[in-house]
Ligand binder design. Structure first.
Ligand SMILES: [Zn+2]
Length: 181
């Protein structure tokens, strides 16, 4: 006849499960952790086997749920792009870095700005040169077009975001739009 176990292996196994799995096992109706188990090896193995199967099932459920969430997030990459303060701050920093790195005068092509946004005036030393003025005008028009396109894209993106947020939370689209604006 085999000796009884010195510890309750079933309890030990349960207590050492990852907290998420422990919770899921309980949600699934496991009550073995509230019982005092017989320490006889046969009973311990049976009880342990039952708990082990429940733990595997719980882990499978949790993985399936987290995979579903990952899939939703991947198929809606805009979800990841919902604006936050940090993102816009980083964007601004990158933009100003790029601007200082690639200074290229719209008028004469020199290593300075044609227009100073800070001073609100043309700062190119060749500002009076008609050729420089023509260049700057052409570059400004191209810039305006590009900016318009960017604005259109932003509007499109915002619409997709709104739809997705609506699906996720059931929030009324108009309310949501009002919160954002
Ligand atoms: Zn210049």
């Amino acid at each position: 006849m085999q000796d009884d176990f010195k510890i309750d292996v079933v309890q030990h196994f349960f207590q050492n499960l990852a907290p998420k799995i422990k919770d899921q096992v309980k949600i699934n109706g496991y009550i073995g952790d509230t019982k005092v188990h017989s320490r006889k090896p046969f009973d311990q193995f049976n009880a342990l086997n039952e708990l082990f199967n429940k733990a595997v099932q719980a882990e499978y459920q949790l993985n399936r749920e987290s995979n579903n969430i990952k899939e939703i997030m991947n198929s809606h990459s805009t979800f990841m792009a919902i604006p936050s303060v940090n993102v816009s701050t980083a964007e601004k920093a990158i933009k100003s870095y790029k601007e200082t790195k690639t200074l290229n005068c719209w008028g004469c092509g020199g290593d300075h700005s044609w227009w100073s946004a800070q001073l609100q005036k043309v700062v190119c030393p060749k500002a009076d040169d008609p050729a420089a003025q023509a260049n700057a005008a052409a570059r400004f028009n191209a810039f305006k077009e590009k900016r318009q396109k960017r604005t259109d894209n932003k509007k499109k993106k915002k619409r997709i975001e709104t739809i997705f947020t609506e699906v996720l939370t059931g929030v009324d689209a108009d309310d949501d739009e009002a919160i954002r604006n």
